[in-house]
Ligand binder design. Sequence first.
Ligand SMILES: O=C(O)CCC(=O)C(=O)O
Length: 343
Amino acid sequence: MSTASPETAPAPIRQLVTVTGGHAGTRRSTFPKVRPPGYFSPDADPAAVKAFFDANGYLVLEDAFSPAEIEALKNETTLICRGDRGELPDHPKADPAEPDDSVLNRFLCIHFPHKCSEVMLAAVHNKPTVNTLTNVIGPNVKFMQSMLFIKSSGKPGQAWHQDEDYIPTRDRSLLGSWIALDRATIDNGCLWVMPGSHKPGILWEQRWHGDRRFDCAEQSVGFPYRDEEAVPVEVEAGSVVFFNGYLLHRSLPNRAPAGTYRRSLVNHYMSCESHLPWGKPPEGSHVAQYDFRDIIIVAGRDPYAYKGYTDVQRPTVRPSGQGGCDKWGGHKYKDELQSETGG
Ligand SMILES: O=C(O)CCC(=O)C(=O)O
């Protein structure tokens, strides 16, 4: 029996945004019908998978997540953005009457969604993913961070960069696992990779780009590869793109029709054997001893288990660059500088 009076009647059930992503139902001509090299199914020969990854620094695992799992992750994305999994910094909980599209449009990327969502946390342990991780990294694998990209139409991409610039390992074992929640295409801002660029083991200089196609993070410069050598990694929802932490990669803006998204969940892993000197070492401790311990073991054993584990990271919202990059150093875009100097 309902006890709701007209004054206390519950808000109407909201329609969660789950089916508007990518180009569902409108396969674009750019999408590879015949897959390029580097696309594997979960039952592919592990030796072939590892050989491709070692040579190129990336690979695609198709059908790693079921359609039901992807639906659950998209639902959860909407709930996180609305503040229904805990209020996000500087983003008050959305009014129940506000449409999902309007809420999702406020976000480019949310860091550490696994800290507020059981569904996001479960994705960290996805079986085909863990099988691939143990194949290419080794038997002992730990996880340390997640990022949830919403990237609605019109949102910027990320300029060329290498993830080990942000999350340093001591054995070059960092690996990103980029889970497509929507079909990712050139139009809606898929990943682009520079095949083989992980091999020299060099972290290239980073500089502010001043380019409105990209968000506030800096871009790598000075490397001996041309943009024309880059490969777009177009994938279906449910596929995972794995890439080495030294691989140069970028994404371009989402130029797909308004009201669509290029959602992806990116989880980062590395070998358990390496310390993780990530962030500022505690007062008085040397970086050589520093080992960040807010981690999850996803395979094998942790030789540093005796140190224990922490739970310190919380969800944060990454600035999109729209409205300026003040929080990331007050950088100005090229066109702003030109208009200031009258150029
Ligand atoms: O998803 C994107 O647009 C960029 C992701 C990326 O660059 C990363 O995860 O390092």
